[in-house]
Design a binder for this molecule. Structure first.
Ligand SMILES: Cc1cc2nc3c(=O)[nH]c(=O)nc-3n(C[C@H](O)[C@H](O)[C@H](O)COP(=O)(O)OP(=O)(O)OC[C@H]3O[C@@H](n4cnc5c(N)ncnc54)[C@H](O)[C@@H]3O)c2cc1C
Length: 362
């Protein structure tokens, strides 16, 4: 027991992972969530956990470490987590995409990612829905799984409480004073020896009060679409990204779940673009009806890498935000790193790459 009180702001998958790891280490932990647990971006994910993040070996290394933790979930925090291995396929249609892959490969391998270049023929074998678009090859990583975000959120919440953490929902933090170690909520002021911001897309203004200017984009709305049921006998396919357009598909039950960038203000135009790209990449799906599956607000950093950092105290201030569309893939490692930074333990990871720095302002 450290005897010091830590307050975590945000009850998404990141804040809950942090609360679990701190409470498990004996730290007196309180988490404040303005709504209900898992009601932010963590409500909207595609449930994909994977290790390969092209051109971003730092995020890949966090994801490799997180995958190890997800595989160990039956032991800690102690649930049988669904992890259906489907693999991750990135389709290359331009020579530059292949050269960029090859240039990035040594760093990905050093980060522990299992990924390789496969032929167009093998890509079509792995995803038989791909049509005859001119394909130069593909990246394939077997380390990609379909999981269950709600189960992960609940498991961390339950284990954090069992380890002694207090999880307060319906408790919005209006402001923080990091010099005094004080947070203002509608229920009154709360004092803390350390404040940790894990408020997802809403972190920017909160950390600004602490004198940390994280260049997070404004929360961006992202939408996932789903098709009608596909014909019986549709084969299982890897999570597949068409690199040039950003069209990302995976099977969910008997339907396809589809994402492609951000809808922007003209949602109908975006939907038409998705339909055109879907038909060009998967001709058997031309004309299939598309419906909204989910929308969610997403945070993003300029280099698509999380910000995780520590301003030692007392009182201390830490942040873990800006996960840029891969918070689920990074959550276990984020909890471990924040715990180790707070406890001044070796995190076994070069955290300088994650802290706010002028080089990362984009
Ligand atoms: C459509 C979509 C699909 C995605 N699919 C995937 C995927 O398949 N795999 C993947 O790895 N990632 C995916 N992501 C990204 C992933 O959802 C996020 O990176 C992750 O959920 C971020 O978790 P978080 O805890 O940082 O944020 P959130 O889940 O947003 O949690 C932040 C919490 O802070 C609370 N909060 C905010 N302000 C305050 C305040 N002032 N006081 C108290 N509480 C506050 C919010 O209510 C919220 O619950 C997807 C995102 C979207 C939008």
């Amino acid at each position: 027991m450290t005897g010091k009180r830590v307050v975590v702001i945000g009850g998404g998958v990141i804040g809950l992972s942090i609360a679990f790891h701190l409470a498990e280490a004996g730290v007196d932990t309180t988490l404040l969530e303005r709504g209900v647990l898992g009601s932010g971006a963590s409500r909207a994910t595609a449930d994909v956990v994977r290790s390969y993040f092209a051109g971003n070996p730092v995020s890949s290394a966090l994801a490799v470490r997180s995958l190890d933790a997800y595989h160990a979930f039956p032991h800690r925090p102690g649930i049988d987590l669904p992890l259906r291995q489907v693999g991750y396929l990135v389709l290359f249609t331009e020579p530059e995409q292949v050269s960029a892959f090859e240039a990035d490969l040594p760093d990905q391998r050093a980060a522990g990612v299992d990924v390789g270049l496969i032929s167009a023929e093998e890509a079509r074998e792995r995803n038989p829905l791909i049509g005859d678009l001119p394909l130069l090859g593909a990246a394939y990583s077997p380390q990609a799984y379909i999981s269950d975000t709600t189960a992960i959120v609940s498991a961390y919440a339950r284990a954090a409480e069992q380890a002694g953490a207090r999880l307060r929902t319906g408790c919005p933090v209006a402001s923080i004073d990091t010099r005094a170690g004080r947070l203002t909520t509608p229920d009154g002021e709360i004092s803390a020896d350390a404040i940790i911001c894990a408020a997802g897309a809403w972190s920017g203004s909160l950390v600004r009060c602490a004198g940390v200017d994280l260049p997070l984009t404004e929360p961006i709305e992202q939408e996932l679409l789903t098709t009608d049921p596909l014909p019986r006998g549709t084969p299982d396919i890897p999570v597949t990204l068409h690199a040039a357009s950003g069209l990302l598909v995976r099977l969910r039950g008997d339907r396809l779940l589809i994402g492609m960038g951000y809808p922007g203000p003209d949602r109908e135009a975006w939907r038409r673009e998705v339909a055109v790209r879907l038909a060009a990449t998967y001709p058997s799906l031309a004309g299939v009806a598309l419906h909204t599956a989910v929308t969610g607000l997403r945070d993003a950093s300029p280099d698509k890498t999380a910000f995780i950092g520590h301003h030692p105290g007392p009182p201390a201030f830490l942040y873990a935000t800006g996960f840029s569309g891969h918070g689920l893939c990074n959550a276990p490692a984020a909890g471990e790193l924040v715990r180790d930074l707070y406890l001044d333990q070796d995190p076994g990871f070069d955290v300088t790459a994650l802290a706010m720095s002028p080089q990362r302002t984009g």
